[in-house]
Design a binder for this molecule. Structure first.
Ligand SMILES: Cc1cc2nc3c(=O)[nH]c(=O)nc-3n(C[C@H](O)[C@H](O)[C@H](O)COP(=O)(O)O)c2cc1C
Length: 134
């Protein structure tokens, strides 16, 4: 049976909490991307090549649907979640993205629609959560 996964990157903990709640409520498997405390803290400074290598190790073959949670940084998805979504095989999967932000998520929605179209995603849902309005 195909399963569902919630994968997240979180620096300050909001996306960790969102992902944990989804996993609990919807019985999704859960995975933190950018593993390890050191990597998490210094992730902002990590070269994209390194992140791409880590993302290449994420195997989604047993999952038919994916929820990705991460923060908006610099009006874009934070590098870890952006590179993850660019790298993993999402063909024929159903994908939902949840992004937390405080002010501005720029062109994220258009960027994702274009990316997911290229990747053959079956269905896409994008949600933005403003942390200041909670
Ligand atoms: C390096 C950095 C850049 C950020 N840039 C933006 C931004 O451009 N727009 C915005 O609305 N919020 C921005 N934020 C706020 C983050 O979106 C917010 O801290 C994040 O959603 C919290 O998620 P987390 O607790 O899972 O890390 C930025 C935060 C950091 C640390």
């Amino acid at each position: 049976m195909m399963k569902s996964l919630v994968i997240y990157y979180s620096l300050l903990g909001h996306n960790k909490e969102i992902a944990e709640n989804i996993s609990k409520d919807m019985k999704y498997d859960i995975l933190e991307f950018a593993p390890g405390t050191m990597l998490r803290c210094f992730q902002f400074f990590l070269r994209h090549k390194k992140l791409r290598k880590l993302a290449g190790k994420v195997d989604l073959s047993q999952y038919s649907s994916l929820i990705a949670c991460g923060p908006i940084w610099g009006a874009k998805p934070a590098p870890a979640i952006k590179i993850l979504l660019e790298t993993v095989d999402l063909n024929d999967k159903s994908v939902k993205c949840i992004f937390t932000y405080t002010q501005d998520h720029g062109e994220t929605e258009k960027f994702l629609h274009d990316l997911m179209k290229k990747k053959g995603v079956d269905s896409l849902d994008i949600q933005f959560r403003n942390l200041h309005s909670c």
